[in-house]
Design a protein around this ligand. Structure first.
Ligand SMILES: Cc1cc2nc3c(=O)[nH]c(=O)nc-3n(C[C@H](O)[C@H](O)[C@H](O)COP(=O)(O)OP(=O)(O)OC[C@H]3O[C@@H](n4cnc5c(N)ncnc54)[C@H](O)[C@@H]3O)c2cc1C
Length: 292
């Protein structure tokens, strides 16, 4: 099926306008951002909204802003903007690592961080990145704004805490001193969704030990981060033995399914190997941040 079911279309001019349109047209309405996930789902008739509310003119949601402790990213910020931002490359290299391997330039020019997080595809890269960076989601509706942790934001595959009459408006990333982060993905061909991917963020204390660490995996059935491996690493100096142990724990904690992208054993092997690699790189980047 390549033709969507019929629908009505309206363009929102402001965030408040979008929220009142959602309220007016009810649960059978959907906002469209980049459209790179929603439109294919409509063509396959996996989604059949009666009203499509276009939020592409909400330029107020297209920003990357930095203050002393936080980097704020608007929900309509495109993948390409994230990839090109010097602030992001310096403060959160994990985002640039992930963006480089998300789809292709055509998708990256239109697809948004808000659409990616709201789609909540289990193989989606930015959801893992946001969990690893302990980001917060700002959701606005008729009653005002709510700020949610990523664990509260994501309810499960393809399900978020955003109600039918709410919009994700912003993602907030806490800036931590002496920290580094990294993301690595194995894909079957360039631009494809992950077979498995892993992300890590490491913050160092002044004596060089690991003050804080988070590890996330993509496409292996994990909801949160790999807390057991994080506990193992905290308080120790970064080192290969610890990374190997953390990789093993991550592989055991993962819960992949066999599909056209590979069997379970192969995916567990990738979870192990990629966890080691991102920890190595995140720790090295944290070390550079501490020196420089
Ligand atoms: C060929 C191809 C390859 C891809 N490869 C990858 C990949 O490797 N890794 C990856 O992570 N992604 C990949 N993607 C997905 C891509 O990143 C999309 O851009 C993303 O999933 C959705 O963003 P969007 O802005 O297009 O959202 P849309 O398709 O417009 O919307 C997706 C969903 O989110 C809702 N929504 C959108 N914005 C908001 C908002 N602000 N508030 C509330 N709800 C909202 C919509 O109603 C819809 O339900 C790929 C897509 C394609 C087409």
């Amino acid at each position: 099926m390549q033709i969507p079911a019929s629908f009505d279309y309206v363009r929102a001019s402001t965030v408040d306008d979008a929220i009142s349109l959602l309220e007016r047209h009810g649960p059978e309405s959907r906002v469209v951002a980049g459209g790179h996930s929603l439109l294919p789902m409509m063509k396959l008739r996996l989604a059949r909204p009666e009203w499509l509310i276009d939020i592409n003119e909400l330029f107020e949601l297209d920003f990357v802003l930095r203050d002393a402790n936080t980097l704020r990213v608007g929900a309509m910020t495109r993948h390409a903007t994230l990839l090109e931002s010097p602030d992001i490359a310096r403060l959160f290299p994990i985002i640039a690592d992930a963006e480089r391997v998300i789809a292709d330039p055509t998708v990256r020019n239109r697809g948004t961080i808000g659409g990616s997080l709201c789609q909540a595809d289990p193989a989606e890269d930015l959801s893992t990145v946001c969990k690893v960076l302990q980001a917060e989601a700002v959701v606005r509706g008729p009653g005002g704004e709510r700020v949610l942790s990523m664990n509260d934001f994501h309810k499960g595959p393809y399900e978020t805490a955003v109600a039918y009459n709410e919009l994700l408006v912003e993602v907030r990333f806490p800036i931590r001193p002496h920290s580094g982060s990294a993301y690595e993905k194995v894909e079957r061909r360039v631009g494809d969704w992950a077979v498995v991917a892993a992300g890590a963020a490491v913050s160092l204390a002044s004596d060089g030990t690991i003050d804080d660490v988070t590890i996330g995996l993509t496409a292996v059935g994990m909801e949160g981060t790999v807390t057991e491996a994080e506990t193992l690493l905290r308080g120790h100096r970064p080192g290969e033995e610890l990374f190997v142990a953390a990789g093993r724990i991550a592989a055991l904690a993962s819960d992949p399914v066999a599909d056209q992208r590979g069997p379970i054993d192969y995916k567990r092997h990738l979870a192990d190997e990629l966890t080691r690699r991102v920890l190595r790189r995140a720790a090295a980047r944290a070390g550079e941040a501490q020196e420089g």
